[in-house]
Design a protein. Structure first.
Length: 226
């Protein structure tokens, strides 16, 4: 018996010396780690109590330097899956799904913003040719923005009820987009081409371009490419 106890005591001593706080599962896995800098690290399982009539739930996922990272799953107190969320830099990123007991209710699309560098390169689709895009360097406000398709489903049948499309937190109007494409096509047919005057780039954008190097980005001045 002592031969089994001694290694466990050594492991426990090493973990307690490395972390400020932690828990052990029934299988001996280390979870809910708080490091010496008071930052959450590694795998976590958290129980959230209900508030103001809202039911409580449990969530599990990974922390990296105090911020949620990767896939997180949320469950009811009866262990039914109610959400699958994805995080980057502690902010929602990518596809997030929400369920009821019957199936998928909602699908959200988010874009996380790097708090250390809010500038990003974005491919802007061409209205006239979906195979062409314009690559631009822009500053993104906020911590996470709606970007992509948001889908809403009938909880009973699973059929798609509604779909909204966001581009950098702005809800796109399908009709306005279609009208703009038709106008652009008509202007081209009539020999009219309009081009907005070039605006001077902010100093932050110029610094960002210099940092990443223009050779890595084929197009950054508004020209289109296939």
């Amino acid at each position: 018996m002592r031969l089994y106890i001694l290694p466990l005591l050594l492991i426990s001593f090493q973990v307690s010396a490395q972390y400020k706080n932690y828990k052990l599962t029934g299988k001996g896995d280390t979870i809910n780690i708080v490091d010496r800098n008071d930052l959450r690290q590694g795998r976590w399982a958290v129980k959230v109590d209900g508030v103001r009539g809202e039911p409580g739930y449990e969530e599990e996922g990974v922390y990296k330097d105090g911020k949620k990272e990767g896939v997180w799953r949320l469950f009811t107190t009866m262990a039914d899956l109610i959400a699958v969320e994805r995080y980057r830099w502690g902010n929602k990123d990518g596809k997030n799904q929400y369920f009821n007991i019957r199936g998928l209710l909602r699908e959200e699309s988010w874009k996380a913003v790097n708090p250390d560098n809010p500038y990003d390169t974005i491919d802007v689709p061409d209205l006239m040719d979906p195979n062409k895009v314009t690559r631009k360097v822009i500053k993104i406000e906020g911590t996470a923005i709606k970007h992509g398709d948001w889908k809403y489903f009938d909880g009973a049948t699973g059929s798609l009820v509604k779909k909204d499309t966001y581009f950098l937190d702005k809800l796109e109007d399908p009709m306005a987009k279609l009208m703009a494409a038709e106008k652009a096509a008509a202007d081209t047919t009539n020999g009219k081409t309009t081009k907005a005057p070039a605006k001077p780039k902010p100093k932050e954008v110029l610094d960002f371009e210099k940092k990443i190097g223009k050779k890595k980005i084929k197009v950054i001045d508004g020209r289109t490419y296939n």
